[in-house]
Design a protein around this ligand. Structure first.
Ligand SMILES: Nc1nc2c(ncn2[C@@H]2O[C@H](COP(=O)(O)OP(=O)(O)OP(=O)(O)O)[C@@H](O)[C@H]2O)c(=O)[nH]1
Ligand SMILES: [Mg+2]
Length: 321
């Protein structure tokens, strides 16, 4: 079968490292977009064969989607298209549709319950964005007319408490603190007492970042949960695991481990404003089905957005590039 005319195109398997946006170009044997003054380039089509499916699988795996999910996505994509001539745009569109379909059920905002105080425990590895996310969430809840209390459960570092106080000031929310080095579980207990006495709608508990391989710190987290439950057996009502988009596949292990200790109820992914596209969220949605409550898109107080499956899928697959 004759190929579409592409006299200047490099071979499909150019071995150079291709920037994210160039992948489809490489797959279709053309990398550079036409110059603005050039006549409209003909739409390149290629047969969707095993080679192309394999390249697509590699693309998806490289985007942190995980092998299992990548295989499933490409096999769904091949259905009804295998052996047909397809264009880049069709493939991107089909991939985006597939990804959005996986993500749709997990795109759910943080649920609010009638019973107060609703306790939101925020956990995650070091530097994932817990404290920042609490500041942003507190601000959103305040704007929605909720009364919020924050507990600075990261008692390891004085700087952590100060950082949270700055966020509390910005959000207009009181921050309960304890002396550096004191037991975060007892602060959590006091915070529960105060939130109940004040009739607060929400109590957000910040915790120190902990590596999932530090057993002692994970035990401390379990203790915070046990202590809160003495005040309210249903608490914490939400346990948010904050994931950093730049950590890639490691997020899968983080979810696995944190779920064992803290009964994670939902996810927030931060730092999606950078180059990381958060492809691992597809693997997480496929594997765990945990709701994605919000995404961090910057360092400012308003930089927290709802998770939008279609927008996410379009960004991940380069649709619209
Ligand atoms: N660009 C960007 N930066 C973010 C986002 N969320 C958090 N950050 C930055 O990431 C860094 C760590 O954020 P923190 O909120 O301190 O993270 P943490 O999980 O509380 O960290 P530890 O308490 O040390 O475990 C800070 O410099 C934040 O400004 C985001 O959505 N986008
Ligand atoms: Mg912190």
């Amino acid at each position: 079968m004759p190929r579409d005319p592409q006299p200047t195109a490099p071979p499909a398997e150019t071995p150079t490292k291709t920037p994210e946006k160039g992948f489809f170009g490489r797959l279709f044997g053309r990398d550079a977009p036409a110059a603005p003054s050039a006549p409209a380039a003909p739409v390149v089509r290629r047969v969707l064969d095993d080679d192309m499916l394999e390249s697509l699988e590699e693309l998806l795996i490289a985007s942190d989607m995980g092998v299992d999910t990548a295989l499933r996505v490409t096999s769904n994509l091949a259905e009804g298209r295998y052996g047909r001539r397809v264009s880049t745009q069709e493939i991107k569109q089909a991939l985006a549709t597939e990804v959005a379909r996986i993500m749709e059920p997990v795109a759910r905002p943080l649920p609010l319950y009638a019973k107060t105080p609703q306790v939101v425990l925020v956990v995650g590895v070091n530097g994932s964005g817990k404290t920042t996310t609490i500041g942003k969430l507190a601000s959103q809840f305040r704007a929605a007319g909720k009364s919020v209390v924050i507990a600075a459960g990261d008692t390891f570092r004085a700087a952590a408490v100060e950082q949270l106080q700055v966020w509390g000031d910005r959000a207009g929310v009181p921050v309960l603190t304890a002396p550096e080095g004191s037991d975060p579980a007892s602060l959590a207990f006091e915070a529960m007492t105060k939130a109940q006495a004040d009739g607060a709608d929400l109590l957000m508990i910040d915790t120190a970042g902990r590596l999932q391989n530090r057993q002692d710190l994970m035990e401390e987290l379990a203790k915070i949960v046990r202590v809160i439950r003495k005040k309210d057996p249903d608490a914490p009502h939400n346990t948010l695991l904050v994931l950093d988009a730049t950590t890639g596949q490691n997020a899968v292990t983080q979810v696995e481990i944190f779920r064992q200790v803290a009964d994670v109820s939902g996810l927030v992914m931060t730092k999606l404003d950078g180059t990381a596209k958060g492809g691992v969220l597809v693997a997480l949605a496929d594997k765990f089905g945990l709701p994605i409550h919000a995404i961090g898109v910057g360092e400012q107080i308003d930089d927290l957005a709802p998770f939008d499956p279609e927008e996410f899928a379009a960004a991940l697959t380069g649709l619209g590039d």
